[in-house]
Design a protein around this ligand. Structure first.
Ligand SMILES: *Cc1c(COP(=O)(O)O)cnc(C)c1O
Length: 356
C-alpha cells in the first residue's frame, strides 16, 4: 500500500533524495566507495559540503558577511550555543510553546532573559503580536514555526535589535530576509535531511562580542574559521541535505515551496472547517502551514482511536498528535505531495459519512 507520511520529524523527504542517498551509500559518484566510508576531508566530500553551503546562500539569498554551518547536535544544541555566543547581559525571548521554552531555559544560564511576550494564557493557540521589543537587549529570539502547537510567523519582524530564530520546521518554506538576523538555526530532520545535523546561518561580525570563555565545540567562531570541519561533521545527513537543496532548486526555489505550502494548508484547513466532526485548535491567522493541528469535536471525542485506525487503513501515517497536545497533527513539509493531503481530506470526508 502507498504510504502517506505525515510525521512531524524525522519526516518526509523527497523520494529522489532518499534514492540518491541510497545510491551514494552504495557507491558515491561512481567512486567505488560508500559515502559512509570516505574521509570528511576527501575531495569528494569537500565538493558536497561546498555545494550545500553555496545552495543555502543561493536559495535563501543570504547576503555577504554570513556563514552557513553544518554541525552535529540538533536544534537543542543551538538553544545553548546561541546565548553562549551572543548573550552579553540581556536577551529577549518570545514564549510560544515547547521549543521556545527550552531555548529560554538555556538562555537563563547566561544572563537576564526578558520574556517579551507569551501566549501561554491560551495554551499557545495563538501568536503574540504588537509586543514591545526591549531596545537594550542583545537580540530577540523566537521560533518561527511552533511544531508542537501548530502556529507560525510568516514574516521577519522589524526590530530595533537583531533577530535570532529557530527555523527547524519551516526553513526553505518561504523566502526570508536574512539581513534582519544574526543567527538562524534548526535541526535538519523536518524539512531538509535525516536527523543528526543542525544548520546555522550566522552573521560573522556578530561573533566574538562576549567576554566569557566559550568551549571550543560551542564556539561558532571556531566553526566559521574551520568551515564546519573543526571535527568530523555528520557526513551522511549533509549529503542528503545537498540532495534536498538541489531538489528545491529544481522545483523552482523557496517561492515555489511557499506557494505549495499555502495550497496544501488551504486544502486541509478547508476540510477541517467544513467537516462537521472535526475542528481546528489554533487562531486562524496563526495557523501553521507546516504542522496542522485538529481534533474531533467534543461530542465525537471517543472516536479518536477509531479515526487513527481508519486513517492507518488508508496508508496515512503519523497523524497522532504530540503527547502534550493530543488530538491530531498532520505535518505538511516541503516534500509532501498535494495528492497525499487529498487522501487525508478524503479520509476525513468518508469518516464523517460513516459516523456523523
Ligand atoms: C524538532 C524541533 C526542535 C528540536 O530539534 P532537535 O534537532 O531534536 O534538537 C527544536 N525546535 C523546533 C522548532 C523543532 O521543531
Amino acid at each position: 500500500m502507498v504510504k502517506h507520511n505525515f510525521y512531524a520529524g524525522p519526516s518526509i523527504l523527497p523520494r529522489e533524495v532518499i534514492e540518491a542517498t541510497a545510491e551514494a551509500v552504495l557507491n558515491l559518484n561512481g567512486s567505488g566507495l560508500s559515502v559512509l566510508e570516505i574521509s570528511h576531508r576527501s575531495k569528494d566530500f569537500q565538493a558536497v559540503i561546498d555545494e550545500a553551503r553555496s545552495l543555502f546562500h543561493e536559495l535563501l539569498s543570504i547576503p555577504q558577511g554570513y556563514t552557513v554551518l553544518f554541525l552535529g547536535g540538533g536544534a537543542s544544541m543551538e538553544f545553548c550555543r546561541v546565548p553562549f555566543n551572543f548573550l552579553k547581559k540581556k536577551a529577549a525571548y518570545l514564549d510560544t510553546g515547547v521549543w521556545a521554552h527550552k531555548a529560554i531555559k538555556e538562555a537563563k544560564a547566561f544572563g537576564e532573559v526578558d520574556i517579551t511576550a507569551s501566549s501561554e494564557d491560551k495554551k499557545y493557540s495563538y501568536l503574540p503580536k504588537n509586543f514591545k521589543i526591549p531596545a537594550d537587549a542583545d537580540y530577540l529570539h523566537f521560533t518561527t514555526n511552533n511544531t508542537v502547537y501548530g502556529t507560525e510567523y510568516f514574516e521577519d519582524f522589524d526590530s530595533p535589535i537583531p533577530l535570532v530564530a529557530d527555523m527547524s520546521s519551516d526553513i526553505f518554506s518561504r523566502p526570508i530576509d536574512v539581513s534582519k538576523y544574526i543567527c538562524i538555526y534548526g535541526g535538519a530532520q523536518k524539512n531538509l535531511a535525516p536527523s543528526g545535523l543542525s544548520f546555522v546561518i550566522v552573521k560573522d561580525d556578530a561573533l566574538e562580542k562576549v567576554d566569557r570563555y566559550i568551549p571550543t565545540m560551542l564556539n561558532y567562531k571556531v566553526h566559521v574559521d574551520k568551515e564546519s570541519m573543526f571535527n568530523t561533521p555528520p557526513v551522511l545527513p549533509i549529503y542528503s541535505a545537498l540532495m534536498t537543496l538541489r531538489w528545491i532548486k529544481k522545483q523552482g526555489g523557496v517561492k515555489v515551496m511557499e506557494q505549495r505550502a499555502i495550497d496544501r494548508a488551504h486544502l486541509l484547513y478547508g476540510e477541517i472547517d467544513r467537516n462537521s466532526m472535526f475542528e481546528g485548535t489554533v487562531a486562524h491567522e496563526d495557523r501553521s502551514r507546516m504542522n496542522v493541528r485538529f481534533v474531533l469535536k467534543p461530542e465525537y471525542q471517543s472516536l479518536e482511536g477509531e479515526f487513527l485506525k481508519f486513517a492507518d487503513e488508508r496508508g496515512i501515517v503519523g497523524i497522532k498528535g504530540h503527547r502534550i497536545t493530543g488530538g491530531f497533527r498532520a505535518s505538511l513539509y516541503n516534500a509532501m505531495p498535494m495528492s497525499s493531503v487529498q487522501v487525508l481530506v478524503d479520509c476525513m470526508k468518508e469518516f464523517e459519512k460513516l459516523n456523523s
